[in-house]
Design a protein around this ligand. Sequence first.
Ligand code: DAH
Length: 341
Amino acid sequence: MTDLDALQSRATVDLAAATDELSLRAWNTKYFGKTAGEMNAALKDVSKVPADKRKEYGQKANELKVALTRAYDQAIEAEKERTLQASLSGTPVDVTLPGRKPPSGRLHPSTVMLRRVAGIFAEMGFQIYRSPEVEEDELNFGLLNMPPHHPARDMWDTFHTTTPGVLLRTHTSPGQIHIMRQLCPKPVRVILPGMCYRFEQVTTRHEMMFNQIEGLAIGEGITFADLKGTLLNFARRLFGPDRQIRIRASYFPFTEPSIEVDVDWPREDPNCDRLTKGTGWLEIAGAGMVHPSVLRNGGYDPTRFSGFAFGMGPERVTMLLHAIDDIRQFWRNDLRFLRQF
Ligand code: DAH
């Protein structure tokens, strides 16, 4: 049986000696801890007390428990108050200090460019549409004049899904079919921006994922001069009057004739030779007059309607504008790169 008077005086002295929260908590464990708390043990001792003293002992122990608990609660409260007062008076808050600016996010450079390009084409009367990134083989290739086993399919290394005939689009050109079928027989003047995917050898100029901006204009009497004028006008607005544009004859199965559009890399840039393979030019787009059978696949009569189309790479365009020397930077998520835009 515990000597309650001794316990009381020990606990009281100990509590008075506890001067911070840590030692107060330690005191609480010592006396009220579940397994070895002295007060708890004293309470359990009731059963060992001879019957005639039991009531008196039990009462006294209970009173002691209540008193110690109260003393502890008060001591903890007082300690909290002391800490609060110390923090309030120790370092006064300077309310005149400017606040800390939370770090703010920003748009990805490709998004910025997509919006800029969209803005320029919108001013030329183009509407903006989207089309699916997961596409049917038939739309990505077949309806663009590339039936299965057509050798031109080799121009696009493709990610196939496990569903036969469904793939990640390799270009935004299947959007031409979607939009023609949606708008036919009305005239079309749209751009279709979005992601494309290719199973590519990744290099400084080639990525396995990238944006394209597809352009399509269909109407009566649209000519190659309209295509050229549109592309030149676009380049002048984006790159300013000093950059050079070059148009080369090329081949795409869905346009006839077909061209490619290059922009000159800043000559003074030390990476110029490497990035342009010594030519001084970087390709930004393929384009051409929409092939009659593609027009037909979209529902338009090629004897009445004609049109032009282009597919532009906004990451390439951004590289040209800022002399970025590696297209892989765009999806690397390196903040040192992204913060520059
Ligand atoms: N789809 C082509 C590519 O990704 C680019 C292209 C070429 C788009 C000619 C067109 C076009 O609309 O007319 O390589």
